[in-house]
Write a protein that binds this ligand. Structure first.
Ligand SMILES: *[C@@H]1O[C@H](CO)[C@@H](O)[C@H](O)[C@H]1NC(C)=O
Ligand SMILES: *[C@@H]1O[C@H](CO)[C@@H](O)[C@H](O)[C@H]1NC(C)=O
Ligand SMILES: *[C@@H]1O[C@H](CO)[C@@H](O)[C@H](O)[C@H]1NC(C)=O
Length: 345
């Protein structure tokens, strides 16, 4: 379905859901695009536990919508941009499904949760297997029927936290390659499972250049990326590429597509404004940081005093905090990804 017919569908569904007679049935009559999301903080739109997660604290959400909404950014995240590309509202966070009107479920559901991975990580949120279990329950409970899923798309974005947990637990990194294999094998099983539940198109992100996140780049005053971490990203992405090719080879249609966050981040770092100047002067430098090592963006002390600083113009920082892009960063990444998003529709 192209963007225009989606837009028409949207108009129709607005009209029909306003009409009492059509209530409840409209969702099944029309097969709109739906987006189902599995992953971590890069795509989470509100599943992380409130209030423990920084994503529910000020100043998260300060740019959009003006208060914290569980997004790990000053505003929108990747999910929101991919939904807008599909011409739909951002899918509702799984944790909020019972708090909203049923009509809000028509754009799909977001199961992603900050801090999680393919395997269990240092965070105790639902791993990818559990996120897919939640999705399966929704299908079994007929919140979404098979024919309902007919024009749906899944977005899968994670694995960074798996590596974070691995490196935190292992002094010796010689087992890293074996670990990458086990992540990719489990990921392949998970992708097939999502397809088996009836989702015909599945986009999986190649991992970002982890060495360019402000956290590892801090040791060079945000000047240089950590090459060790970038090698981990590259190796992961090579294996992912091979595996996705294999998965597509086995199915008649191309079900799986890679969204290359790695090259998108690198191009986005060099984004230019209309006058041809670099948009992000110091791309690895985050906007919001703790005042010292004991604090991070969003920290307050016992008296409630802020223990972080924010840059004046978040839109000029690629990164919002030490791990996550700002809304401006995600917008720049999205503009690089647009051409590869075409293949999903
Ligand atoms: C995911 O989490 C569940 C529930 O905690 C656990 O039983 C399972 O082993 C985990 N799966 C993987 C692949 O780590
Ligand atoms: C959706 O369902 C219709 C009718 O059942 C079928 O013709 C069409 O091929 C399906 N589309 C996809 C993407 O599976
Ligand atoms: C960054 O990398 C360059 C080139 O390798 C090097 O000359 C420079 O000293 C590094 N900067 C810092 C702050 O580490």
């Amino acid at each position: 379905m192209d963007k225009k017919s989606n837009f028409l569908f949207l108009l129709f569904s607005i009209i029909f859901t306003e009409t009492p007679a059509a209530k409840g049935s409209s969702r099944h009559q029309f097969g709109s695009t739906k987006l189902f999301v599995f992953g971590d903080s890069y795509v989470d739109t509100g599943n992380s536990r409130n209030p423990a997660s920084c994503s529910w604290k000020e100043p998260y959400g300060v740019t959009f919508p003006g208060k914290p909404t569980g997004r790990f950014s000053d505003g929108r995240v990747l999910t929101d941009y991919i939904a807008s590309f599909s011409g739909i509202s951002s899918p509702i966070a799984y944790e909020r499904r019972k708090l909203v009107k049923k009509s809000k479920l028509q754009f799909g559901m977001n199961f992603a949760c900050g801090g999680t991975g393919v395997f269990d990580t240092l965070d105790n949120g639902p791993n990818m297997t559990t996120q897919i279990n939640f999705f399966q329950q929704q299908v079994e409970q007929e919140v979404y029927s098979k024919c309902n899923l007919n024009s749906s798309v899944a977005l899968v974005s994670l694995a960074g936290n798996d590596y974070g947990a691995f490196v935190a637990k292992h002094v010796d990194l010689k087992d890293l390659r074996a670990f990458t294999s086990s992540i990719i094998n489990q990921l392949a099983i998970n992708l097939e499972r999502i397809r088996g539940l009836g989702v015909p198109k599945i986009a999986v992100t190649a991992i970002e250049p982890m060495g360019c996140l402000p956290h590892p780049a801090a040791s060079s005053s945000y000047q240089n990326c950590s090459e060790t971490w970038n090698l981990i990203s590259n190796f992961h992405n090579q294996m992912l590429q091979q595996t996705v090719q294999k998965l597509n080879g086995e199915s008649r249609k191309s079900v799986f597509a890679i969204l290359d966050l790695n090259s998108a981040f690198r191009s986005a770092f060099k984004s230019q404004d209309r006058a041809g100047n670099l948009k992000f002067k110091h791309p690895l430098k985050p906007c919001c940081v703790g005042v010292s090592k004991d604090y991070s963006c969003g920290s307050v002390d016992k008296t409630g005093a802020r223990k972080y600083t924010i840059c004046k113009k978040p839109e000029l920082s690629f990164f919002w905090d030490t791990l996550h892009p700002s809304q401006g960063g995600w917008r720049a990444v999205y503009s690089v990804l647009q051409s590869s998003l075409q293949q999903l529709y």
